[in-house]
Design a protein around this ligand. Structure first.
Ligand code: HEM
Length: 511
């Protein structure tokens, strides 16, 4: 995604090219000098003076591969983003330090990726308020994901899924990385937001559009040259503002009308939480896990189409659930699925579990971040100073042949077959739901959303993978790990040609 850089004057194009060319050549020379000038034991990854590692944003996978390879030969890498140092240690010691050290802060860490990390002094001053906000989110999330609540939520989630999927044409060409993802956005609003918004499909679709503007990938220029005005950045801020205001206005309206609803917002209002606490909670809920869940649904559908034997296994598993909990085949499919209890979705779906874990391993290979807000610490015998950052690329483990033989092959039997080696490994060798001090607190709702969405989609639609002109894509799909935003497949085949299955057209008309 490219940034439009708004210049305050009409430039002379020839002069501008010359100036930029000279600047790039000089910066390249300086970058080489800069990358060779440090002698503190770290393996320095190249970057430009003052701004740092540009290719971290433009070619992240290749950039991180250099650090991963260096670590295999005993070197621990370090690079610079603006004035921040970031350390990458992917070996076992690195993993233990990264996921197990208390002074390493998650929320302060991720700020580096967005170019919003303040100086150390400012960050130390904000430690308390950052921790307060993140503690509030975790404290309220836990009861909202209690089994009883999820059980009651299932029919509503299926009803939203059905309404959303019914709003699509009966057949057509679509980009799952927008349309299927928007369905997950709807489910997040239902589970962790306000009923008034989740009940109205057109409002959900408007909010989803805002979300996409707000969630745009940061371009290198917007992070590394933040003083240059950028339309993308401005759009992002405006979209965030509108989302926040929509949530806050909805809650205020409810309070002023003295209404009570059965939803997450009401749960928090009943605890005397304020609008200034609840609106950020919803913002955090939609920004923390929705995109990841959406990406996984898209990829599970892609893999099931590519490996029909696994599609057949899942259908068999779903058939067994329906036979046991909802045998009346005259009911619409979403209504039948609604009757399957949460215990069965969580405990009697081993094939779906294996498919989710394997897809997570293949696709969610991005970077976890931390900032050292405590004392200096050591990793691989080298110092990580207070205020410095650490990065752990999950792919360094998930795509390592020593841990996962034939690592780039999607093979859920790694998880489904108890005799396979990977099952015996410790929890630290699979990072897809977090480990150590910061496991994923939303795993329960994420897995439920994944299972519900995939189950209904494959029952309602026939689909195949095509390019943007509708030509079939027959290759084995490979996630583009440089596409930080959606991790769509490499090449052209990211679209679906779909059509509603005949039996479900009839079902839909019967309702
Ligand atoms: C398929 C979807 C999801 C995946 C694959 C996923 C994965 C992860 C991973 C790998 C971490 C650890 C990050 C780190 O160590 O830096 C994490 C942490 C976290 N996740 Fe998720 N997540 C998903 C969905 C969600 C959802 C839906 C929520 C809540 C709405 C959520 C809430 C959290 C929270 C609060 C943490 C941080 C815990 C802490 O800081 O101690 N996640 N998740």
């Amino acid at each position: 995604m490219s940034d439009f850089i708004a210049l305050p004057f009409a430039p002379d194009v020839g002069l501008l090219k010359l100036t930029w060319t000279s600047a790039v050549v000089s910066a390249g020379v300086l970058a080489i000098l800069y990358s060779q000038s440090k002698k503190d034991g770290f393996n320095y990854l190249p970057g430009f003076p003052f701004v740092g590692a540009w290719s971290f944003f433009t070619k992240r996978a290749e950039f991180l591969d250099v650090a991963i390879t260096a670590n295999r030969s005993g070197k621990t890498s370090k690079f610079n983003l603006r004035n921040h140092n970031i350390i990458i240690a992917t070996n076992e010691d690195g993993r233990k330090v990264f996921y197990g050290t208390r002074g390493l802060s998650v929320s302060d860490g991720y700020a580096a990726l967005w170019g919003t990390a303040p100086s150390l002094n400012e960050a130390l001053g904000e430690v308390e308020s950052t921790a307060k906000q993140s503690n509030f989110f975790m404290k309220r999330l836990q009861p909202l994901l209690h089994r009883d609540r999820l059980h009651r939520l299932i029919p509503e989630l299926f009803s939203d899924l059905n309404v959303h999927l019914e709003s699509w044409p009966q057949s057509g060409h679509m980009d799952p990385f927008t349309h299927v993802w928007n369905v997950i956005f709807h489910l997040t609003n239902r589970a962790l937001g306000a009923r008034e918004l989740a009940d109205d499909l057109s409002t959900v679709k408007e909010l989803a559009t805002l979300y996409w503007s707000a969630e745009q990938d940061p371009s290198p220029s917007s992070v590394l040259l933040p003083w240059i005005p950028s339309r993308t950045k401005q759009q992002r801020m405006e979209a965030m503002g509108t989302l926040y205001t929509t949530f806050a206005d909805t809650i205020n309206k409810r309070i002023s009308e003295g209404r009570s609803e059965n939803d997450a917002v009401q749960f928090m209002l009943d605890q005397d939480d304020t609008v200034e606490e609840i609106a950020p909670f919803i913002m955090q809920a939609i920004f923390t896990g929705t995109i990841t869940t959406g990406i996984l649904v898209c990829w599970i559908l892609i893999y099931l189409h590519t490996y029909p034997e696994w599609d057949a296994k899942i259908r068999q598993e779903l058939e067994a659930l329906l036979n046991e909990y909802s045998p009346d085949a005259t009911l619409p499919m979403y209504a039948r699925f609604s009757q399957v209890p949460v215990e069965a979705w969580e405990g009697s779906t081993p094939v779906l579990e294996a498919v989710i874990t394997e897809t997570n391993r293949m696709v969610i290979s991005g970077s976890n971040m931390r900032r050292n807000m405590g004392e200096d610490i050591e990793v691989n015998g080298l110092k990580v100073k207070q205020g410095e950052f650490m990065l752990y690329p999950m792919g360094s483990l998930h795509h390592d042949a020593d841990h996962y033989p034939d690592p780039l092959r999607w093979d859920p039997s790694r998880w489904a077959d108890p005799t396979r080696l990977e099952r015996e490994r410790s929890q630290w060798s699979f990072l897809g739901w977090g480990v150590g001090l910061h496991p994923c607190l939303g795993m329960r709702i994420a897995k439920l959303d994944l299972k519900l969405a995939v189950s209904l989609f494959i029952q309602l639609f026939e689909y195949s993978r095509v390019d943007k002109n509708g030509n079939p894509s027959k290759d084995i799909p490979v996630p583009n790990l440089n596409d930080l935003h959606r991790v769509a497949p490499k090449g052209e085949g990211r679209y679906f040609q779909y059509k509603r299955r005949p039996s479900t057209v009839k079902t839909a008309m019967l309702q």
